[in-house]
Design a protein around this ligand. Structure first.
Ligand code: NAD
Length: 375
């Protein structure tokens, strides 16, 4: 049985799906591990480090592999080089990657999407959305602290007292809570808001003040947020405006599964911020929480520098790869029986994360999008 680690080919992707530290876990399960040359290069992992722990480095590693692991989905050329019946494990945002899904289906590949792993407690160790959101949330606070040309913490010195920075965080899921905790550790005064009822307690537990807008909370299924009505969104923006105007740094992390990111902050609200303020929009790539933010760029709106996130976990490729690799190893382990790759489709984690199998699209919403409603 062979696992191949694909070199990432998409622009800006610096992570790698398996790190040398975890190769031993797969060889212990009975797999041979083959790595495409340079696969770990951008995460500062050399081919030699993989060889030292028992992997091979092969230019055509994917062609005869049983399972190919990657961070981004494989491109179409490489899917066509895979053996029929083999499996892929990667992020696979099916809404945006329909051509890839069609190829995986037509080439008879069993494809698993890390973002579809159900968020149940048994699958926490396979939850790559959470592990990568942790990295993005930490990075967002560090970016804000780096761009802000003043201290985050209070400093009481013989030369006088320097007041701490005021940081506002919108969205307190995995990334937002990590942004809050990191900003707190750096000494800022942090206020945060989230639409979920449980969020206020979670915000306080990481040391921030929860902003109470006295609006109804918005709970969707599975503990996620629901989409706002336009009226609710407008009221939320009005009530948040004074908090944002008073902030030195604003970090936005809000998302609603399967939807464009909610627009929480208009350009007019950013224009009310003080000279030297910074805004970090982690949701820039999925539509943006902040009007006018651009993924991968810093733009100026009024007095503020607005940083738009683009593949933020990849900006810390070492730790992001290590965490992602552990998620992948745990999922592959779940699907291994007696040294063979044998996914059990009666297991809700396996069934839930499978997109294509045996020439068919198994993920219901994707099948409907591609093939229409069943007759
Ligand atoms: P996410 O990335 O989908 O969204 C980020 C945050 O944005 C969420 O907290 C959401 O409530 C918030 N949000 C959405 N619309 C908003 C708005 N209009 N204004 C302000 N905030 C808004 O969420 P996530 O970080 O992936 O996780 C969301 C929830 O799922 C959390 O409660 C988290 O603890 C839970 N979770 C559970 C598991 C598990 O059980 N295995 C794993 C991960 C996360």
């Amino acid at each position: 049985m062979k696992i191949a680690v694909a070199a990432e080919t998409r622009d800006g992707e610096a992570r790698v799906a398996l790190v040398p530290e975890l190769v031993g876990k797969l060889t212990a399960l009975g797999y041979d591990v083959a790595v495409e040359p340079g696969a770990g290069m951008h995460a500062l992992l050399s081919d030699d480090e993989y060889v030292e722990v028992g992997a091979t480095v092969e230019a055509d590693a994917i062609a005869d592999a049983d399972v190919v692991v990657s961070v981004q989905p494989l491109d179409v050329d490489r899917i066509r080089r895979l053996r029929r019946g083999s499996a892929t494990v990667s992020f696979l945002p099916t809404t945006f990657e329909q051509a890839v899904v069609v190829d995986l289906r037509d080439c008879g590949i069993t494809a698993f999407a890390m973002e579809l792993v159900p968020r149940i407690s048994r699958a926490q160790s396979m939850d790559a959305l959470s592990s990568q959101a942790l990295v993005a949330g930490y990075r967002s606070a560090i970016v804000a602290a780096g761009m802000l040309r003043r201290f985050f913490p209070l400093n009481m010195t013989a030369a006088g007292t320097v007041q701490p920075a005021d940081v506002v965080v919108l969205g307190a899921g995995v990334a937002g809570l990590q942004a809050i905790a990191t900003s707190k550790r750096l000494g800022a005064v942090v206020r945060a808001y989230d639409v979920r009822a449980a969020a206020a307690e979670e915000i306080r537990s990481v040391g921030a003040k929860s902003i109470d807008l006295e609006l109804e909370t918005l709970e969707g299924s599975g503990g996620y947020a629901r989409e706002m009505t336009e009226d609710r969104a407008a009221r939320q923006r009005d009530l948040l405006a004074p908090y944002i105007a008073a902030a030195d740094a604003l970090i936005t992390t809000a998302a609603v599964p399967g939807r464009q990111a909610p627009m929480l902050v208009t350009a007019a609200m950013v224009e009310q911020m003080k000279p030297g303020s910074v805004v970090v929009d982690l949701a820039a790539e999925t539509g943006g929480n902040v009007e006018g933010s651009v993924p991968g760029e810093v733009v100026r709106i009024g007095n503020a520098q607005v940083w738009g996130g683009r593949n933020v976990p990849s900006q810390m490729p070492g730790p992001a790869s290590r965490l992602y690799a552990q998620n992948v190893v745990n999922l592959v382990t779940l699907m291994t029986r007696e040294g063979a790759f044998a996914p059990d489709f009666d297991d809700e984690i396996v069934a839930g994360s499978c997109v294509t199998h045996d020439g068919a699209v198994r993920h219901e919403p994707t099948r409907t999008a591609l093939e229409g409603e069943p007759a």
